[in-house]
Write a protein that binds this ligand. Structure first.
Ligand code: SAM
Ligand code: SF4
Ligand code: SF4
Length: 419
């Protein structure tokens, strides 16, 4: 879950209506991240704040669990994108399939409203058999919520995704595909495929994506489908963007294209800045101009199908307490349970609250968020590098402010009026 996006107007600078970044434009979360929490929460937002701040009992289950799928058979990511947010978080990690199956059963029994598959350094479709089995197992309850690149999208996976979306709740499922370019040399510089040639990987990606789009269209788009292109100095010239738009022009009209020009700093910001930032970052005005010029060059006219995700650079959350662990959980590739996706990596095993290979999720959740909450150290005390993702910072900051207001009101009016 990331910051907010805005639709791209003809001059690529007029913003029209914000929406949650990882939901497809206009469909799944028009009100932003807080709205999604509200929607998921059985309690009111105020109560969510209360329990996150420790002023009310913790929720009996997280509002969302994000899973980084990895098995012995296939793990990690087949690309090594130069701008990947997780590039310093890679580490060996694998979880037995039965652990995931047990986890889904536990999440279902707890009534967790949302499960998604993404990665901060992984791709969820690496183990085809595992991904299909889990999509099937969770489909009726959770549909499918997925962030992936295109070239693991085999025929059986395409079918499994559409079936899961059809079986899931209405207007709920989405898949977001990362796509940087249509040019093999640019692809080689930016995506850096690890096992096959860039030309081969790109051809495979495009063939798989087009086949998936056709299947989604034939089924009346039971899920939101977004192609996400992160704009950098490598792939961000008007000519290269125009080529991407020409390719996109041939996709069914239900598919959306999102340009991302805000970057999540990696968890090693100093290293990142030293190695990459100057060569990668694009100033937002320059990116908007390049997109506008590309629109002219390509003659692409279905502007309602394009969105731009852009937020002002923000300082990281630096509060004394992390509130996420009463609201969310993210599972690392090695089966560890963390309070957020930003640190759900084998590189941060020390910041986990439990290991699913040895304990069931409800036990770990209880420790992380419930009655044992006060006996557990805060992630920040355990050495968390603090939020870099705007969404997590937003949650922590909002809750800290609301908790302070509640505490004040409690002091003025007496505890009884608040509960
Ligand atoms: C890290 S990827 C993992 C899933 C899959 N491997 C992929 O690339 O789509 C999850 C999401 O983060 C986005 N992402 C990766 N690096 C980023 C960065 N530095 N800033 C913002 N978003 C980033 C990707 O485009 C993708 O939508
Ligand atoms: S495909 Fe996704 S996880 Fe893999 S390196 Fe690229 S952005 Fe990172
Ligand atoms: S403070 Fe740390 S653990 Fe808490 S949400 Fe931010 S990055 Fe995640």
């Amino acid at each position: 879950m990331l910051p907010q996006s805005t639709a791209v107007a003809p001059d690529a600078s007029r913003a029209t209506g914000g929406q949650e970044a990882d939901a497809p434009p206009g469909q799944h979360d028009p009100g932003g991240y807080a709205a999604e929490i509200r929607e998921c929460a059985p309690e009111s937002w105020a109560n969510t704040v209360r329990c996150a701040a420790g002023l009310a009992p913790g929720p009996s289950r997280p509002y969302q669990v994000e899973i980084h799928l990895a098995s012995e058979k296939a793990h990690g990511c087949p690309q090594n994108c130069i701008d990947c947010v997780g590039q310093f978080l890679r580490g060996p990690g694998a979880t037995p399939p039965q652990t995931y199956h047990r986890l889904l059963d536990d999440l279902a029994a707890m009534g967790v409203p949302s499960v998604n598959y993404s990665g901060i350094y992984t791709d969820p479709l690496q183990d085809e058999k595992l991904a299909i089995a889990l999509l099937k197992r969770g489909s009726r309850r959770w549909g499918v919520r997925l962030h992936t690149l295109g070239w693991g999208l085999t025929n059986p996976l395409r079918d499994a995704i559409i079936e899961a979306a059809l079986a899931g709740p209405d207007d709920y499922s989405y898949v977001t595909f990362s796509k940087a370019t249509t040019d093999p040399r640019t692809y080689a510089r930016m995506c850096r495929p690890r096992f096959v040639s860039s030309e081969g990987a790109l051809r495979q990606e495009e063939a798989n994506l087009l086949a998936f789009f056709r299947l989604a269209a034939a089924n009346g788009f039971p899920l939101g489908v977004t192609v996400n292109c992160r704009i950098t100095q490598i792939n961000g010239s008007p000519q290269l963007i125009a080529e991407l738009l020409r390719w996109f022009n041939d996709t069914p009209s239900g598919v959306r294209l999102r340009f991302t020009i805000d970057y999540l700093p990696t968890r090693s910001p100093a290293e990142y800045v030293r190695q990459f930032q100057d060569r990668l970052y694009v100033d937002s005005t320059q990116a908007r101009r390049a997109i506008a010029e590309a629109i002219e060059l390509s003659g692409f006219s279905a502007l309602e199908r394009i969105a731009l995700r852009s937020v002002e650079p923000d300082s990281r959350y630096d509060g004394p307490t992390c509130h996420n662990r009463r609201l969310f959980a993210a599972i690392s590739a090695s089966g560890k349970v963390h309070p957020c996706q930003g640190i759900a990596s084998p590189a941060f095993d020390a910041l986990a609250y439990g290991d699913l290979r040895h304990e069931r999720f409800p036990v770990i959740w209880e420790r992380m968020s419930g009655v044992n909450y006060w006996q557990q150290p805060d992630p920040i005390d355990m050495g968390c590098p603090h939020c870099a993702a705007a969404c997590e910072k937003h949650i922590n900051t909002t809750i800290a402010i609301e908790a302070a207001k509640l505490a004040q009101s409690l002091a003025t009016r007496g505890a009884g009026t608040l509960v």
